[in-house]
Design a protein around this ligand. Structure first.
Ligand code: BGC
Length: 760
């Protein structure tokens, strides 16, 4: 069978959501033609069987040294070219989940060509907030096309680690707190990337749910929580999306480095999920090549033993080959790991020299996607007095408070960074949208001096040690008088990317859930003026303390939106796009309300996930604590009503139908969410868990769409520790149909006749 996955995913994409409503016939025709072209290009690839055969053939002709050379980086982002490969150049990797980072120098993290630029799409934390699987596919396909245009073979993304704590410095690179949402969103991303004859890498496997001490910390989780919360997105990536590569994480799992963990690499990835692709370490995440290979590992990336030895002529060039000769590593283990690498190379067409899909980069289409995705991810949290959308015709003077509104972010974030052709900040976008108005940018009335400079390895390795020692600030009086004379005041708060206080980046967690005290105080002061035209736009890739929300009537939440960030925010502020983003994480009122703060452990050495599967809304439900804003929440400029829902049995599950009507005055999109509750549970279960969702097309006022959501019996399963299997017990279940995790509109009772166990 030929490459079935990518064409199938494409068929799904072209029947979904928007195409049914918004697109014109012409656009549909173009898309169908594009799909047909893309399918034929993908068919140039090989089936799994054929790829394996080709990989075996090449492997049989390789010497031990040649095989070993395939198992460590030949440079910062490259693998050696195997003999007989169709493409006569090294295999090239590149970060990340929202752009294709420029090519790196062989021995350091500098760019070989600093002028090389790529489109930067919104971060995954933003994409998750769209709840739009079709957009996720386009996100992935766009990255794939940009890779092909640059000659990159392997993308180091997407990242799918679950948000366990809001402090994690990398939440902006992941898909939120819920395993089903993360799983459903990562599958189309991966299929989209791989539809371009390149490999995607799902990372960081596994339990890398904090950045603090990420490369030394030891993590411990019970197997039920592991299987129900932290593995589903990885499983979906491997089993459903057929991701070709998995990157292990830096941390230890139960005392064993993730890159050397036999239970996870062999037991879960290979044996349970049938993963055939490449396992590679995170950069410098391998501690012993013998151990890693003998425990199911594969490719060691960067600064590891292979590289160190290459850089030191006195040492052996092939520590792995030496280990084989010394009898420490069976040659069969090297063969297996090399075969997996060759398999991935064959699947993409790199090995065989088959025709690979033609790429493109920085096209208007990609730029439009960055903007559309960004706008669709924005969550309207409060619009108490209906101030939004703003009417540009009424604005003669707009004051923006917060210098970050003109601070570019795309080049920041270490491995999440990009090099972009341009970046539109909020200030620039507002000024362009209001050519006749005066757009003034002022700093907060807060003297925020940043005293410490992060000198962690990642900051240095990324070349982004930033030193910010002084920040502009205004006197309260000066700011107040400017605000009073403006027709609208946009307060731009939240975080930025980087390595200092109030920033988000890898290898470091946020030290505080709350914004810096001076900034919070300034927010209270500004909102205390009660100026009617005040809009708060808060940007962060993770929940941060909103101690001032009660004072804000109008509040918009944005994640990092890439190079069209400013335009995307302005599209929402002026109503060109009706917000349809929904939170992909519960927004706690205080850090102390979170599960990790109360129950779990969080430290630099031994982290026990004591909160178990009560993560995010599961925790808030269980403790009957209301978060500030719940998971799945988000407002619109219009209103929606759900009609009578129905549920019918299908083969192995149910089909729910939910009529959604736009009852307001402007067009918009709603996200229907279905949670399961377990009234007759024989084992401990959460109050409710997300089991399905769908986003409507753009509905005109008065228009109704019947949204269909399929849920399988397996979706209701829990991990049965005694059987070491997933199980769905016979008994009563309920589907809770809602517009957020707390806004449940209807409960539908269903029954499971027989208990079932699932091998995985
Ligand atoms: C990050 C990975 C990234 C790698 C290569 C590491 O520091 O954790 O996510 O893919 O660097 O840049």
């Amino acid at each position: 069978m030929k490459h079935t996955l990518a064409p199938k995913s494409r068929q799904r994409v072209f029947t979904w959501g928007r195409l049914q409503g918004k697109q014109s016939i012409m656009k549909k025709l173009i898309l169908v033609l594009a799909a047909a072209f893309a399918v034929s290009a993908v068919l140039a690839g090989l089936s799994d069987g054929e790829a394996l055969e080709r990989a075996r053939e090449i492997l049989s002709k390789m010497t031990l040294e040649e095989k070993c050379r395939l198992l460590y980086g030949s440079g910062t982002m490259t693998l050696s070219c195997p003999p007989g490969a169709g493409e006569k150049r090294e295999w090239i990797m590149s970060d990340n989940s929202s752009t294709v980072r420029p090519e790196m120098n062989r021995w350091d993290w500098g760019y070989t060509d600093p002028k090389s630029v790529n489109t930067k799409l919104p971060s995954l934390s933003a994409l998750a907030q769209t709840w739009d699987v079709e957009l996720a596919w386009r996100h992935g396909e766009t990255l794939g096309l940009e890779m092909r245009d640059r000659g990159v073979d392997q993308l180091l993304g997407p990242g799918v680690n679950i948000m366990r704590t809001p402090l994690n410095g990398r939440n902006w690179e992941y898909l939120g707190e819920d395993p089903l949402l993360a799983a459903r969103m990562c599958v189309p991303i991966i299929k989209g990337v791989q539809s371009c004859d390149v490999a995607a890498t799902v990372k960081h496997f596994c339990l890398n749910n904090q950045e603090m001490a990420r490369d030394t910390v030891d993590t411990h989780v019970d197997s039920r929580t592991f299987n129900e919360i932290y593995l589903p997105a990885f499983r979906a990536a491997v089993v459903e999306a057929k991701a070709l590569c998995v990157m292990t994480s830096y941390n230890k799992v139960d005392g064993i480095w993730a890159s050397e963990n036999k239970y996870n690499q062999r037991g879960i990835l290979r044996d349970r999920w049938g993963f055939q692709g490449m396992i590679l370490t995170d950069w410098g995440g391998q501690h012993s090549c013998d151990f890693a290979i003998n425990n199911g590992g594969g490719v060691e990336m960067h600064w590891g033993q292979g590289i160190v030895h290459l850089g030191n002529p006195k040492k052996s060039l092939h520590p792995l080959a030496d280990a084989v000769r010394a009898g420490k590593v069976p040659v069969a283990n090297v063969d297996e790991a090399a075969l997996r690498t060759l398999f991935v190379m064959a699947k993409t067409g790199y090995l065989t020299g088959g025709k690979r899909r033609t790429g493109e980069r920085n096209t208007p289409r990609h730029q439009r996607l960055a903007r559309e995705e960004g706008a669709d991810s924005i969550v309207l949290l409060k619009n108490v007095k209906g101030l939004l959308p703003l009417d540009p015709a009424t604005l003669r003077k707009v004051l923006i408070i917060g210098k970050n509104a003109d601070e570019k972010q795309c080049h920041k974030g270490c491995s999440g960074e990009g090099n972009v052709p341009y970046e539109i900040t909020l200030r620039a976008a507002l000024a362009a949208r209001l050519p006749k108005a005066e757009v003034v940018l002022m700093p907060f009335c807060a003297k925020m001096e940043i005293a410490t400079t992060d000198t962690s390895n990642a900051a240095i390795a990324g070349g982004h040690v930033e030193q910010k020692t002084k920040v502009d600030f205004c006197s309260v009086e000066e700011l107040k008088s400017a605000a009073e004379s403006a027709d609208a005041v946009i307060v731009f708060t939240g975080t930025e990317l980087g390595y200092q206080e109030n920033m988000e980046s890898e290898s470091r967690d946020r030290e505080n859930f709350d914004l810096p005290a001076e900034l919070q105080e300034a927010m209270h002061t500004i909102l205390g003026w009660k100026l009617p035209g005040t809009v708060v736009v808060s940007r962060s890739g993770t929940p941060v303390g909103y101690t001032w929300t009660d004072k804000a009537d109008t509040l918009v939440q944005s994640s990092y939106l890439g190079m069209e960030e400013g335009n995307a925010i302005v599209d929402v502020l002026f109503g060109q796009v009706n917000p349809s983003g929904r939170l992909a994480q519960s927004w706690p009122r205080t850090y102390g309300d979170t599960a990790v703060a109360q129950k779990g452990t969080y430290n630099k050495t031994n982290v026990v996930y004591n909160e178990r599967f009560y993560v995010g809304y599961r925790w808030f439900d269980r403790n009957k604590v209301a978060p500030l804003f719940p998971f799945g929440y988000g407002l619109s400029y219009t209103t929606f009503a759900f009609g009578k829902c129905s549920v019918r049995e299908t083969d192995g599950g149910w089909m729910l139908e939910v009529p959604v009507t736009n009852t307001g005055k402007c067009a918009g999109r709603e996200v229907v969410q279905v949670y399961a509750a377990y009234p007759g549970a024989k084992v401990e279960r959460c109050v409710k868990e997300l089991k399905g969702f769908a986003k409507t097309k753009q509905l005109a006022p008065g228009e109704t769409q019947i949204v269909k959501i399929a849920i399988g019996e397996r979706d209701l399963a829990y991990w049965d520790d005694f059987a070491s299997r997933f199980a769905t017990d016979a008994g009563d279940y309920e589907f809770l149909v809602g517009a957020s995790s707390v806004d449940i509109r209807e409960r539908l009772a269903v029954k499971v006749a027989r208990t079932k166990h699932y091998r995985d």
